[in-house]
Design a protein around this ligand. Structure first.
Ligand SMILES: Nc1ncnc2c1ncn2[C@@H]1O[C@H](COP(=O)(O)OP(=O)(O)OP(=O)(O)O)[C@@H](O)[C@H]1O
Ligand SMILES: [Mg+2]
Length: 264
């Protein structure tokens, strides 16, 4: 074998090894984490000493009853809130040690957030809503508009570009929120009930988009109460009373069936 062929092989093997190591890297590490909301009269333990890890490129669904702590967890994962106790390591950074500017920077560069309550500006067009986080991230104005239109097309809203978001239905607003998150090309997509108000055919289309960006290597964490939607994820974490009660990719089907039975 010619020497250059051997060298080429060494390079190929090295690239494969690096790729494998990168894929196995933990992007999210949560250790003994608790979140306690305190008011003058009341203390609510929203998350109770939970630990788990999510690796780069995973697609995880978080399920569980109302009030079990799902949105609280998602806000912490999105660096929008800090834990009361315990550790949260995001892509190698201990979130506890970061100041507000550093947290905002991480959110801008890495995280796309689809909020349960959409969080859109009401008297602003869909295109401008989608463009806003890109403006914060310093993306070129022309590119912002091109991407905004591209992603609004992708979620089926090409005929609503000039509508303000208060002129849209709940499901349409939800799709604007999804377009806004995706247009940032986030390496981590956090979606809180992203299809809660969307008809099932369209929800399947949104899931196809999620699966495509997941195949491209992006990490997705999605809260859902719908077993059919959770089915699209590779791993399911079930939370109850602020604790993780099930976490598995290998008996995903059993978890889905259990959740279906619980709803019926
Ligand atoms: N800001 C807050 N102050 C006090 N308690 C809060 C606050 N936010 C959430 N909680 C409480 O923490 C618990 C978990 O709330 P969370 O919003 O995380 O639930 P969830 O699982 O997302 O529910 P749902 O499925 O209804 O969206 C609930 O008991 C809730 O009342
Ligand atoms: Mg919630």
């Amino acid at each position: 074998m010619a020497v250059w062929v051997e060298e080429l092989w060494v390079v190929v093997l090295f690239v494969q090894l690096v790729d494998k190591i990168m894929k196995n890297q933990s992007i999210i590490t949560v250790k003994d984490l608790s979140k306690i909301y305190k008011t003058d009269v009341l203390e609510t333990i929203a998350l109770d000493n939970i630990s788990f890890e999510i690796k780069k490129g995973e697609f995880v669904a978080i399920m569980g009853p109302s009030g079990s702590g799902k949105s609280t967890l998602m806000h912490i994962l999105g660096a929008l809130d800090k834990p009361t106790l315990g550790k949260y390591i995001l892509d190698g950074e201990n979130v506890e040690n970061l100041d507000d500017d550093q947290l905002a920077d991480i959110r801008n560069r890495k995280i796309g957030f689809v909020f349960q309550a959409y969080n859109l500006l009401p008297r602003t067009t869909t295109v401008k809503n989608v463009m806003l986080p890109m403006a914060y991230a310093g993306i070129d104005p022309k590119e912002r508009e091109i991407r905004a239109i591209e992603y609004l097309n992708l979620v089926g809203l090409s005929d609503r570009l000039k509508h303000t978001t208060n002129q849209l239905s709940g499901g349409q607003q939800q799709r604007v929120a999804i377009a806004r998150a995706l247009s940032m090309h986030p390496s981590i997509l956090l979606a809180d009930e992203p299809t809660g108000n969307i008809a099932s055919a369209q929800a399947e289309e949104i899931m196809a988009i999620f699966q495509k960006i997941n195949k491209e290597g992006n990490t997705i964490i999605m809260i859902t109460h719908e077993p059919d939607i959770a089915q699209h994820a590779k791993r399911i974490i079930v939370i109850r009373d602020g604790k993780i009660v099930t976490d598995s990719s290998d008996h995903k089907q059993k978890i889905i069936n259990d959740q279906k039975n619980e709803i019926n």
